[in-house]
Design a protein around this ligand. Structure first.
Ligand code: PLP
Length: 464
């Protein structure tokens, strides 16, 4: 299969959600239950990390034999990989609708991309280096800005009121940059980007879009939207191979100090002087992640080939099916920031009265073979304002998800609400877990020098 020959499912467009929209790796894997049975895994954790598209895995297999260093190698495979890497940059630029002078920098992920941009905001331009953002943001779009001059605006109970507050803030205290998410990683609500860009530009501020969640679900067009910078993660875009992107206007990126001083970021070095390269190389010091970039670009090409509206219709069918059922269950509350938001991506967070979110997630995994995320989703201020300071459960989905997956989740939550769990659960090493937990891990996942360490999340303190 060649890079452009990807399989788009011909699922009946009249019945969105019945079948996966695109093939993803891992569909149908059986996972063990605490009862000793097994079930096909229902992966409803796409917002944390999405599975690899099949086309991405195929592309990886195709290019892997040619893997070599880029830019400085004269060997044939180095030339192949250099073309692959720079071609990936061009294809990502096309995917993002970049302007001719925009720069695409490969990073590790969205967090890395936003930290990089935080070092590039000039202090001497309009806005004096100040960055303004909302309190609903993921920590990745909040903490990097707090190192410098910043203002955090509290979102209102409607998007309308939120825009009024943003406009008032930017008029009262001009900013260099407005940092805004495209879609909430907690509720999935999509922000009114066109109006936000308009009000920011009217106040002289540039806009950076945190598209970690938006990019896998909606087309982004830098040129037509006027968004100045965009950050995204390959692992949320069906290319889980360690690359992310910061793309946008060249001037700030060319003028800022190199993000990772080292080999590749320079034109010339003497013992006393360094002549730095222009962006993107200026900020890509060290050996680049060629395969990460190539697979991210392959995911972008594949998603671009989806018929217009197909992704939106697929996800809306899943989302409606899930929220309709959850909202009918007593004691189950789906979370929402705004009363007037009109569109959402495939992310649904909810709480269940009487059950800690971690327990619900452990139950769904142990008794139903369903993977969701629980906790505060690295958005602690938002969870507090939503009245869920202990966290919530989040189901998230995408091109590989079907109605069957979300119906399994709804049925499992209904069973919890009506009959309770059938196994016992306790907090083990800081996380809710079935006790006992007879499920083993595959041999290859377990350390050969000790017992399996399932790890704890540094972001999510215990919610017992
Ligand atoms: C909205 C949003 N922004 C930023 C991030 C950070 O992404 P990464 O962990 O890939 O850097 C996430 C991750 O969940 C996110 O949901």
């Amino acid at each position: 299969m060649t890079a452009l020959d990807v399989q788009v499912n011909s699922a009946d467009p009249a019945c969105p959600g019945q079948a996966p929209l695109l093939p993803v790796v891992g569909t149908g894997i059986e996972v063990p239950l605490v009862t000793g049975d097994s079930l096909p895994y229902a992966n409803l954790d796409y917002a944390a990390s999405a599975p690899s598209l099949q086309s991405v895995a195929d592309h990886l297999s195709e290019v892997l034999p040619y893997y070599a260093s880029v830019h400085r190698g004269a060997g044939y495979t180095s030339q192949v990989c250099t073309a692959l890497y720079e071609g990936a940059r061009a294809d990502v630029a096309a995917f993002l609708g970049a302007r001719p002078d925009d720069v695409v920098i490969f990073t590790r992920n969205t967090t890395d991309a936003l930290n990089l941009l935080a070092r590039c905001v000039p202090d001497d331009g309009p806005g004096g280096g100040r960055v303004t953002f909302l309190d609903i943001e993921h920590h990745a779009n909040l903490l990097p800005w707090r190192r410098g001059q910043h203002r955090c605006v509290l979102a209102g109970t409607t998007q309308r009121a939120t825009l009024v507050s943003l406009r008032a803030e930017l008029e009262a205290r001009p900013a260099s940059l407005l940092a805004i998410t495209g879609a909430s990683n907690v509720t999935g609500e999509v922000l009114p980007l066109a109006e936000i860009v308009e009000l920011a530009h009217a106040a002289g501020a540039r806009v950076v879009l945190d598209a970690a969640q938006l990019a896998p679900h909606r087309r982004i067009d830098l040129a037509s939207s006027g968004v100045d910078y965009v950050a995204l993660s390959g692992h949320k875009l069906y290319a889980p191979f360690g690359a992310g992107v910061l793309a946008g206007r060249r001037d700030w990126l060319d003028e800022a100090p190199a993000y990772l001083p080292g080999g590749g970021a320079v034109r010339e070095v003497t013992l006393t002087h360094t002549e730095w390269a222009a962006a993107p190389q200026r900020h890509e010091g060290g050996t680049p992640n060629v395969l990460g970039a190539a697979t991210l670009a392959q995911a972008a090409r594949t998603l671009s080939q989806l018929p217009s509206g197909a992704l939106e219709a697929h996800e809306e069918a899943l989302r409606t099916a899930l929220t309709d059922r959850l909202n009918r269950l007593p004691g189950v509350r789906t979370l929402r920031i705004w009363r007037d938001s009109t569109t959402s991506i495939g992310v649904v967070a909810f709480t269940v009265d009487g059950y800690a979110p971690g327990l619900v997630a452990a139950y769904l995994s142990a008794e139903h073979g369903i993977g969701v995320r629980d906790g505060k989703f690295c958005a602690h201020p938002l969870l507090s304002r939503l009245g869920a300071p202990e966290g919530a459960v989040r189901a998230s989905f995408g091109v590989g998800t079907t109605l069957d997956d979300v119906e399994r989740l709804a049925a499992a939550v209904e069973q919890l609400v009506t009959s309770g769990p059938r196994w016992s659960y306790d907090v083990v090493d800081g996380r809710w877990a079935p006790t006992p937990d007879p499920r083993g891990l595959p041999d290859w996942a377990v350390s050969t020098t000790g017992a399996a360490d399932r790890g704890t999340s540094p972001c999510e303190p215990l919610t017992a």
